[in-house]
Design a protein around this ligand. Structure first.
Ligand SMILES: Cc1cc2nc3c(=O)[nH]c(=O)nc-3n(C[C@H](O)[C@H](O)[C@H](O)COP(=O)(O)O)c2cc1C
Length: 188
């Protein structure tokens, strides 16, 4: 199945985020290829608290609905102290939980969803944070799902003098290739 609907998840919450700029650039390229792109709202998610899981707060339900409606996710995030930002971790924690009490097992929201990863930040382009994110996503996907291994981390944008530039030697061509690879990605 080709991806028709992609949900962009930006790990930075700040208004002038470079990662948001990168996500918007990717979104434009995806839209040019006929893909519907939506942006997730994670800034208003309450902190994960098991006291408020059944039912979850409205903002969490909205986010889960956005994820369920998408064929795949594209996470664009900086790293904070070589980890993923707390807001993104919180969002993924909400996705990792069962919908009804006691139905533990494979998480339902990310199961089988391809997830592409891109990061902007510092010389290493959030490489360490993305590596943690990969580990987390593999865990959330369960063993039989394609997981982020089918995704792409290119073009690995970085920050130079306040501007976002790719550091991999590939420029827009790389990003287009990434989009193409991502869109051709099929679920198992
Ligand atoms: C709490 C915090 C921790 C950070 N830690 C790192 C880091 O470990 N590595 C890095 O390259 N940049 C780090 N940065 C710098 C961010 O990469 C930079 O602020 C970037 O612009 C954030 O992304 P944004 O523009 O999308 O908000 C950190 C920034 C903050 C606020």
């Amino acid at each position: 199945m080709q991806m028709k609907k992609v949900l962009m998840v930006v790990g930075s919450l700040r208004q002038d985020s470079f990662n948001r700029t990168v996500a918007q650039t990717i979104a434009t390229q995806l839209e040019e290829q006929g893909v519907t792109v939506n942006f997730a709202t994670i800034a208003d998610l309450p902190l994960m608290n098991q006291d408020f899981e059944f039912p979850v707060p409205a903002a969490v339900q909205r986010f889960r609905d956005q994820v369920q409606a998408a064929d795949g996710l594209w996470i664009v995030t900086p790293e904070y102290n070589e980890m993923i930002p707390g807001g993104l971790k919180n969002a993924l924690d909400w996705l990792s939980r069962p919908v009804t009490p006691g139905t533990f097992g494979s998480p339902e929201f990310l199961q089988g969803k391809p997830v592409m990863l891109t990061g902007a930040g510092g010389k290493k382009a959030a490489k360490v944070g993305l590596s943690h994110l990969k580990t987390l996503l593999i865990d959330l996907h369960g063993s039989d799902a394609p997981g982020p291994r089918g995704g792409v981390a290119d073009p690995n944008p970085s920050l130079h003098d306040g501007e976002v530039r790719p550091i991999t030697g590939t420029t827009n061509g790389g990003r287009s290739t990434s989009c193409g690879v991502a869109l051709r990605f099929r679920r198992n």
